[in-house]
Design a protein around this ligand. Structure first.
Ligand SMILES: [Zn+2]
Length: 178
């Protein structure tokens, strides 16, 4: 999934968390939680910059070898531990809610990445990636930036994840404007 879908999912996660836990936060702080949700919904994909660094380009030549979902930044247990540590070590409702979002918004990302991409749910016990299905890898030869990502996008449009992404964004927009 691309950043807009992950950000929308993080937003929905924060909305749901506020709805179900009713933390003692001011309206301004509740609004900030939506931003934290969007940030942590996207955060696992910050590892793309490490991949770009390794590729020495803003394109990806070898998507198998340079699969960012095999980096520990996409390991569910680390986000769970980080979120719960923040939650249990803090006494402020604000920081505790951020802690829950570190866990839950990042997991919204990892769950969506588990539809067709594959997440190492058992790491560090196993590096096996789990997904509902594994469609053929998106491979792009052209390394010119715009052609590369345009070709990537055209292949991405054929994936179920694309429709899931559109649905996630539309749901977030409806909740936001309602
Ligand atoms: Zn990801």
């Amino acid at each position: 999934m691309l950043p807009p879908g992950h950000i929308a999912a993080g937003f929905l996660t924060a909305e749901a968390l506020l709805h179900f836990t009713h933390p003692e936060l001011s309206p301004l702080q509740q609004n900030q939680m939506l931003w934290w949700g969007m940030f942590f919904g996207f955060a696992p994909d910050l590892d793309y910059f490490w991949i770009f660094f390794r590729e020495q380009a803003f394109t990806i030549k070898n998507s198998q070898k340079n699969n960012h979902r095999r980096l520990i930044s996409h390991a569910p247990i680390l986000w769970l531990i980080a979120g719960l540590l923040i939650y249990f070590l803090s006494r402020s409702a604000y920081i505790q809610t951020v802690g829950l979002l570190v866990w839950l918004a990042s997991w919204s990302h990892l769950i969506l990445d588990s539809v067709e991409d594959g997440i190492m749910w058992l790491w560090p016990l196993s590096k096996k990636q789990f997904a509902l299905s594994f469609p053929p890898n998106i491979i792009v030869q052209d390394r010119r930036f715009f052609r590369h990502w345009w070709s990537f996008f055209q292949q991405y449009l054929k994936r179920l994840t694309f429709y899931l992404e559109v649905l996630t964004i539309l749901t977030a927009l409806i909740i936001y404007f309602k």
